[in-house]
Design a protein around this ligand. Sequence first.
Ligand SMILES: NC(=O)c1ccc[n+]([C@@H]2O[C@H](COP(=O)([O-])OP(=O)(O)OC[C@H]3O[C@@H](n4cnc5c(N)ncnc54)[C@H](OP(=O)(O)O)[C@@H]3O)[C@@H](O)[C@H]2O)c1
Length: 256
Amino acid sequence: MKSLVGKIALVTGGSQGIGLATVQALLAENATVITCGRSLDKWKLAVTQNPALRVVDFQAVDLTQSSELQAWFASVRQTYDRLDIAVNNFASNERGIGEFAKLSEAKINAAMHAGLLAPLACLREEISLMQQDARGGAIVNVSSINGLRATPGAAVYSAAKHGIEGITKSLALEVIGQGIRINAVAPGVTLTPSWEARLAAAESPSAMKASVEQIVPLKRFASADEIANAIMWLCSDAASYVVGHTLVVDGGLSQA
Ligand SMILES: NC(=O)c1ccc[n+]([C@@H]2O[C@H](COP(=O)([O-])OP(=O)(O)OC[C@H]3O[C@@H](n4cnc5c(N)ncnc54)[C@H](OP(=O)(O)O)[C@@H]3O)[C@@H](O)[C@H]2O)c1
């Protein structure tokens, strides 16, 4: 990959998991990296573990709060006035998981807001920043294999991710004339802190982990770095002819 020196890159939810792996990969390519998360303490921990992250422009922002989202992008606009790369990664714990009929309207609305409407609001801001000059840019939306197939028990999460798939395809064609490439990555099971928390809450974490690994043809979870590798490729000039595509990175799970 060519170095990203001089490129401004933004990642939503970059303090752990796939977002953090992407921040680290962008930094390794010498991009200027902007990211956010709700918890400053979580970010401080990441910096303690990897002091190279000190140069990243991190702000504590809750992207499900419209006013905070708007204020963050306003500060990005004021500081940088443009954007070359954007990765819409964040997802909240409000995923609307559980039997659909038993979910409250408030829970469904919160899950759709966090999973779809907030990422759409980010996309609007990112495209607007990329339109500041004629240089175009690359955007990657983090979807899921649950956005490509049925997921009983997580219907609202699946609906939000199907929405991410739809916006990726349609918006890609709306903005490609301005040199902005939009694509998506659909991870399968990836061992991030959110999955680690799910395993820890299980009656037998090791049995649950083994049963998940058993259904993946590759017989293991993805690492966050493996998903970040795919994101980085889609952001790079090596993917210059790839538009409105979803790159599935799931160890064969969706083919099983
Ligand atoms: N892990 C998997 O198996 C898997 C599979 C398929 C798809 N995905 C997708 O991959 C993406 C990342 O997943 P992950 O497992 O890496 O997630 P994660 O471990 O839960 O990390 C989420 C990141 O987003 C931040 N975040 C959460 N809510 C936020 C909010 N309201 N405003 C701003 N930042 C927020 C978190 O920091 P704070 O908590 O401090 O806010 C954290 O940095 C998600 O879109 C997820 O749906 C994951």
